[in-house]
Write a protein that binds this ligand. Structure first.
Ligand SMILES: O=c1[nH]cnc2c(O)cc(-c3ccc(F)cc3)c(Cl)c12
Ligand SMILES: [Mg+2]
Length: 221
């Protein structure tokens, strides 16, 4: 049967990127998506904003919701300090299979744990299965309708601490209106919009960065 777009992207990476060189893998994917076949990686423009937030937070524990082909996984992992950990959740097994090979090609597999399954099922298992107490940074990039329920779940499970940062992709395109309304109105978050463009296009999109000031915020003094 005909190869999939992620498989063609992986073949392009293996032909054009150097093993063990994450930047060359990132550049190869951006080239493929800009000049051959569009794909829904966060891309270079929003990716630069992602990089700056990762560097600012310098997280010890990161959760990525939505791996796809591993592009943003690599952007985050390449900036992590030794010993810092990134757990990335992907519910599509075919995409997960491609992402594992992309991450391995970049030589970043020792910093990344890719888990297949749905975020709603896996988030409650973070403590028992992965020994994670809380996340310093969460990158939401899976499906717009799951941003809010997954955020509520992380709050209820105590997986966010004072200062934890949520960074959400696609808050304009395709759009996550309920999530935006929540993080922008809740006294529990300090939220800011980073205007950008949908990956590899001139369509507006952006990232929403929301800092969790602590569970006590928003409750009566
Ligand atoms: O589903 C998505 N998950 C995570 N990121 C995504 C993204 O960055 C872009 C898009 C998208 C936007 C416009 C379009 F015409 C087709 C696709 C989607 Cl649909 C997702
Ligand atoms: Mg996205």
């Amino acid at each position: 049967t005909r190869s999939s777009r992620p498989q063609r992207m992986l073949a392009h990476v293996k032909r054009h990127a150097a093993r063990g060189d994450p930047q060359s893998v990132i550049d190869a994917i951006d080239y493929f998506c800009r000049h051959k076949e569009w794909a829904m990686n966060v891309g270079d423009e929003k990716g630069t904003i992602l990089d700056s937030v990762v560097c600012e937070v310098s997280p010890g524990a990161v959760l990525e919701l939505g791996t796809y082909c591993g592009y943003s996984t690599m952007r985050i992992a390449r900036l992590l300090a030794p010993g810092a950990r990134l757990i990335t959740l992907e519910f599509n097994p075919a995409n997960a299979a491609v992402a594992r090979q992309v991450i391995a090609w970049a030589g970043l597999e020792h910093k990344v744990q890719l888990v297949e399954g749905s975020s709603g099922d896996l988030i409650p298992q973070m403590r028992e299965k992965f020994g994670i107490d809380s996340f310093d940074l969460v990158f939401l990039d899976h499906w717009k309708d799951w941003y809010l329920p997954d955020t509520r779940l992380m709050e209820e499970l105590g997986l966010l601490h004072k200062g934890s940062v949520l960074l959400a992709d696609n808050v304009i395109c395709p759009g996550a209106p309920e999530y935006l309304a929540y993080v922008r109105s809740s006294p529990r978050y300090d939220s800011r919009y980073f205007k950008s463009h949908l990956e590899y296009t001139y369509v507006e999109d952006g990232l929403e960065k929301s800092v969790f000031p602590g569970a006590s915020a928003g409750s009566r003094p």
